[in-house]
Design a protein around this ligand. Sequence first.
Ligand SMILES: [Zn+2]
Length: 251
Amino acid sequence: MKVSESCYMVSGLGFIPPWVVNAGIIAGREKTLIIDTGANTLGAQTIFGYATAFKPDNQLIVFNCEPHFDHIGGNGFFKSKGIELYGHPGIQRVEDEFYWEKYEFNMAITDPHRKEAKEELAFFLETGVVNPDQPAVAGDSFDLGGVEVEIVALPGHTPINQGVYHPAEKVLFCADCIVTDYLPNLEVGDPELWQTWLQSLDKIEALAPAVVVPGHGRAMFGDEINVEINRVREVLNKAIETGKAPTGINN
Ligand SMILES: [Zn+2]
């Protein structure tokens, strides 16, 4: 879906139901930036198809907003095409962690026969752990040819979450800082990190974007943005007050 002159969103890529995951595309005259690569190689192929259809001659580059596998799972596909992968240098996932990701995916399969048949292997076909190989942190920018975008720090969901802002078109790709209509995932954090998340929401409010593309859920336009910011704020304030994330078995 086109969200502004040069920005697009690939929504609804597969993940553990009811979650789907989004990717972003910003196309300049010479380069096309892909923001997050989906949870698996099949998702990455979909993103690649759209990204190359918009501007077939452009050089592609990838940026990862966060370390969770639903945002970096397609990295291997892009790397196999010789595409550079940018991201926070703290994104350093290992095979053991990916094993447990696949395990969790398998546990979410409700049909016992499908679970026994290890259908998670179909989802994660040709998908492995590939971390970004080029550092990109807040303050860095990408010149895509007539389109300049910048990295913004949006810690909270994880300590190293980052987003991409296109100031001229006022479009923010915020990853999981806001997840439209979903209950935000606070499980990797604690009250201290959740306070940082509140500050990231303040930062988004101050930026006053016209469009926000989240890591999960629908794109937000205009007044909807503050409604969603306030909804996430409410969840965070309650979690800080009680010391507990709204989800998760450890709470
Ligand atoms: Zn996510």
